[in-house]
Design a protein around this ligand. Sequence first.
Ligand SMILES: Cc1ncc(COP(=O)(O)O)c(C=O)c1O
Length: 388
Amino acid sequence: MDKFDFLDERLTDLREKHLFRGLNTIESADDGLVRFMGCDSPKVLFCSNDYLDIAADKRVKEAVCQAVGKYGYGASSSRLICGTHKLHLGVEEAFAGLLACESALLFNSGWTANEAVLKTLPQKGDLVLLDRYDHASIIDAAKSSEAKFHTFRRDDLSRLERFLSNEAYNRKYIVTESVFSMDGDRADLQKLVELKNAYGAILIVDEAHAVGCFGPNGAGLIEELGLSAQVDIIIAPLGKAFGAGGAIVAAQKNVIDYLINKARPFIYTTAPPPVNCAAIMAALDIIKTEPARRKKLAENAQYLRAELTKAGFDTGPSSTHIVPVIIGDAERTMRVSTELFEMGYFACAIRPPTVANDSSRLRISLQCSHTAEQIDGLVNALRVVLSA
Ligand SMILES: Cc1ncc(COP(=O)(O)O)c(C=O)c1O
């Protein structure tokens, strides 16, 4: 009898429900083709969040090599001890500028940035209002904050408005993603701004899947909509379109000063490696100066959606470079993903609890380097697999 036998029972349960998750190991990647351990042929990747093909850009690699030569790798301590490098400050200054905010603070990841903001700012007596499909990092942080929280539906904001009009709370926070990670649709930021203004709430927007991909400078959907002055706190995770890692929280200065003083996920952790800042700055330069990448990404998304719709597949409410093919049943979704993989395409199966029961899907994410031939190939493979 092993003391962890109980985990085997739980794992068996997951397997029986087709919800077991395993890891696919990448052996090498070249030009959008990825070779996985144990597979002879390379696959076309349709599940990377490196939307703008920046992670392996030559300029990023050079910047990282230079920085590593100068600073080594690790930051050696928390930012408040002796871990603040001028590269951290450079990133924060650049993002305060990009996101048109007074100040910015770099965190180790989007997860910790959301945790820091939502566990530090809202307090007992406050109310946090979340889109019901907000990312797990937002939901978990709100659940463990001292404030009360409720969820609302983005396709019917009347429930949100009802909560906002409740005067029993000290402060109210509205938290949304700008582009939703599993449906690829957009929050109605204009309407959320109107509501937060009408009820004096604080609006927090997570631009994880929009920063880099929208706006004239790649600052995100907020920039594209001209709402920079209206959003109170912006979270910008940098492991996706920026091809790096870490996340920025941008806001007015006293918010950032407060986080530096009180946010435990900032205070009690080793700072992001300075070389990560070099990668971020190189990515930022590419993102600002090469808007053609954003344009191509949007064109690819539009083309894929049109082809999938023509083929009769359900792409949900997607209007961006994240395009789900909603299948429903977890077992069938896994089977479709596996068969596509065998045909040379990797589109990840997303199952509960990441998405609602009976809405398992392939989450197809596009990159600006995808070609029309690759997209056609994926749609044809889907036709074959889903009609079987
Ligand atoms: C909306 C959203 N916020 C935050 C995160 C977490 O970001 P990170 O991967 O940097 O921890 C994700 C990750 O997928 C996300 O989709």
